[in-house]
Design a protein around this ligand. Sequence first.
Ligand code: GTP
Ligand code: MG
Length: 206
Amino acid sequence: LFARPWIFIRGVPAMKFLPPEGPPEVAFAGRSNVGKSSLINALVGQKGLARTSNTPGRTQELNYFVPEGYSGEAGDLPPMALVDMPGYGFAKAPKAQVEAWTRLIFDYLRGRVTLKRVYLLIDARHGVKKIDEEVMDLLDKAAVSYQLVLTKSDKIKQAALAKLLEETRRKIGKRPAAFPEILATSAEKGRGIDDLRAAIVLAASA
Ligand code: GTP
Ligand code: MG
């Protein structure tokens, strides 16, 4: 699956533009700039597939990616879709804009029937923030399976990463919908990418 090229098929600015429920979806959520789009590019091995940027607020819609070669007709649906999400917690855009994104993110996470797994990305330099806890509360309540990923692991020392992993494990220990294993990745160095691919394939086929 990940040996094939992936393509962008649709950007969704609001719930009413979502594609009909079809293949299992795996979504990437997290604070702005945490590295969601970069991680998708690392997973598929295509640098420019999802647009990335130094400045937070780059991804502004739910962007759907699928492996190339499926017509999308009934009977020829792709085996899964990866969904890049706008970041949350970004306050520098106009208020109405931020509200619309937040709405879309929360509605999608809570209400998408074909959403099989959420990858909740946490910047390894910053750890879990209050807004991440709120997203986990929502996912636990909606019984949507999620797994935490510590991103940009190349930016911190091994010992600090080990400590953060331990701390974060404790934080999610009692959360019903959290997958117990936490992954550490670096889109830059390729670290943890094989493990994440394997986890995604399992989650999508469950
Ligand atoms: P929004 O769409 O704005 O919410 O951001 P995003 O979460 O999609 O982040 P994006 O992938 O655009 O990356 C943000 C910045 O972090 C970019 O400058 C990336 O190059 C950088 N970045 C992402 N992943 C890594 C990583 O693993 N290591 C390092 N060092 N930098 C990274
Ligand atoms: Mg992005």
